[in-house]
Design a protein around this ligand. Structure first.
Ligand code: AMP
Length: 405
């Protein structure tokens, strides 16, 4: 029997998201999520796509091992168990691969050691990713496990974009540089945008705007990333749901010296209590738009700050690329919030950018153009699919072939 299934695991500190895909056609066989691992009220939601009927379960799941065992049991109930010979590999999302990992990589002890070595630059994410990998290895020690790194797509950035202008010795000693994140999404969306234009990715320059709760922009030249807005950590760049994005680093000294805040308090402030939620109390763009429609000034200001930053990045990456063929909006906000797309592009007609309001208002799950036919630069909505990209890269690596999407 040929092995054509890939299980994709995205392990967070207290959650595991998973999808089982059939790589003959990239279709989903099952999707699910375990949340609140380690609490009394852990929750498992499992949906086999054969029936589409979700099963939910709430109760204590003590750790990642117990979580994966529960997932395995659910999959077995649908005849999709992890012991099936049809399972070709497990693909793991790993947030930080530093400079070392430029490609998806089959995991061995040396790879595990390197992911562990990167914990100081990804203290929240890499430990959880490692736990997920080790647990999956224990369940299926014979199966190839592949790490797909969020940072890998950005390793092509030139030093001029990747380095901060700080003392080189200090930077190198602490591995301080711009790594970028959401790379799997930027890779997938830039390629899918070229496909939408009917062109080879090597011939297309794209500005990708990944606007979810976390948000990042990237400048992609002929399929290679040349700049991205997130940096050493995902805090830099655009205004996000709960993160500040760019600001004068001296704000931190000020908060310490004058505000008397601790490092951890400032970390929480900038990562969890800033961005849209800090500006207006809501981080969901739907709620912000609803409040704006009711005349709420605070929500309007938050929206305007969000758009102002976005526009600055479009302009900056236009300059970085020199020639832009397309601007692609993706992720929760980018795919769904037509007012954000319209406002981000408004006034940029001199750069060849425009949005057709009728096309922009169309709701669809597929990739689509929203710019007028006459526009010099295509503006597109391209739904991201990080799980498919992880599964595709994983399958290609263990199968020695490429090309599904
Ligand atoms: P993501 O991180 O990609 O899952 O995106 C989540 C965010 O997308 C939410 O916090 C919302 O701000 C936004 N979002 C999701 N659906 C919509 C929608 N229909 N309209 C506007 N924003 C949306």
């Amino acid at each position: 029997m040929s092995s054509s299934r890939v299980l994709v695991l995205n392990s967070g500190s207290s959650s595991v998201k998973y999808q089982l895909l059939d790589m003959r056609d990239g279709s989903r066989l099952a999707v699910g999520l375990v949340e609140r691992i380690g609490e009394e009220t852990s929750r498992l939601k499992h949906t086999p796509l054969t029936t589409g009927e979700s099963r939910e379960w709430t109760g204590p799941i003590s750790d990642h091992e117990a979580a994966l065992k529960a997932v395995s049991e659910e999959l077995t109930r649908d005849g999709l168990g992890l012991d099936s010979p049809e399972l070709a590999a497990i693909g793991h999302r790993v947030v930080h691969g530093g400079l070392h990992f430029t490609e998806p990589t089959v995991i061995d002890d040396a790879v595990l050691a390197e992911i562990e070595r990167l914990i100081p630059v990804a203290p929240l994410h890499n430990p959880a990713n490692l736990t997920g990998i080790r647990t999956a290895q224990a369940l299926r020690p014979d199966l190839p496990q592949v790490a797909v790194f969020d940072t890998a797509f950005h390793t092509t950035m030139p030093e001029s974009a990747a380095r901060y202008a700080i003392d080189v010795k200090t930077a190198d000693e602490h591995r301080i540089r711009r790594y970028g994140f959401h790379g799997t999404s930027h890779a997938y969306v830039s390629r899918a945008t070229a496909e939408l234009l009917g062109k080879d990715p090597a011939d297309v320059n794209v500005i990708v705007l990944h606007l979810g709760n976390g948000a990042s922009a990237s400048a992609v030249e002929g399929g290679r990333c040349v700049d991205t807005s997130m940096g050493l950590t995902p805090l830099e760049g655009l205004v996000m749901g709960t993160r500040s994005g760019d600001m004068d680093p001296a704000v931190i000294f000020h908060l310490m010296r004058v505000g008397g805040m601790s490092t951890d308090e400032i970390d929480t402030l900038l990562n969890k209590k800033s961005g849209l939620i800090g500006l207006c109390g809501d981080n969901d763009m739907r709620e912000i738009r609803r409040r704006i429609d009711e005349g709420d000034e605070q929500a309007k200001l938050a929206f305007d700050i969000y758009i102002h930053r976005l526009k600055k990045y479009i302009g900056a990456y236009y300059a970085v690329l020199g020639r832009v063929d397309a601007v692609a909006f993706t992720a929760g906000v980018g795919e769904n919030a037509s007012p954000v797309r319209e406002a981000a592009v408004a006034g940029l007609e001199a750069l060849g950018l425009a949005v057709d309001s009728e096309l922009n208002a169309v709701r669809s799950d597929g990739p689509r153009l929203i710019s007028p036919e006459s526009a010099r630069v295509a503006v597109a909505v391209v739904p991201t699919d990080e799980e498919l990209e992880i599964a595709t890269q994983t399958y290609a690596l263990v199968n020695g072939s490429r090309n599904l999407t």
